[in-house]
Design a protein around this ligand. Sequence first.
Ligand code: ADP
Ligand code: ZN
Length: 216
Amino acid sequence: MNIILFGPPGAGKGTQSDKIVEKNKLFKVSTGDLLREEIRKKSDQGKKIEEIVNAGKLVSDEIINKLIEGIISDSRYENNIIFDGYPRNLKQAESLEILLQKYNQKIDLVFSLSVPLDTIIKRISGRVVCSKCGNTYNQFFNPPPMNNDCCNNKNLKKRGDDKVETAKKRYETYQKSTEPVLKYYEKSGLLKNISGENKIDEISNKIAHFINLIQG
Ligand code: ADP
Ligand code: ZN
């Protein structure tokens, strides 16, 4: 089963995908993480990516496709992928379709978490991420566990891009570029709209319900 999770930055994709990954043993693919990993590896491609990112430019679809193909073609992840925040635009969605076909796979479910901007702003101001395991928490809505070896004060960090102005811009960009992608998946009958304003567990129960229907 391959899944896509959509939602504006701060909608709760990371929070929900952590849970889905845990329950269903899926492999999470975030293009942001893939790019950062490539940069860390200092490969030829990684150096190219670093230049582009440092110049504040968007990485080309060609580079993204190459990274995504690396995952899709890997038998360890075959039919066990959850895409978080990808595809970003219609062109990427079409490329993804072609790549999946090439490796005899498809998308089975698409979730869209909708959350209004004012709620997003409240959420990102409390967001903390564990630099060791990547888990996401919120100082107001979803506090980190007490006395934890991993997710503790030493490892929990605020993200540098979690500022109100940045959040507004990211929200607008998301709406513009993702609207057509959502329509695309709506047409194929895969799209499930879920309100991201509910409690974290209510949302994950809904998501689990749809996954169970597919798995039978
Ligand atoms: P995304 O990955 O979509 O950017 P996150 O999963 O990082 O979003 O969530 C953004 C912030 O909102 C985090 O601090 C998270 O703990 C909090 N959060 C996520 N889902 C909910 C929810 N349903 N209710 C309240 N806060 C939430
Ligand atoms: Zn942790």
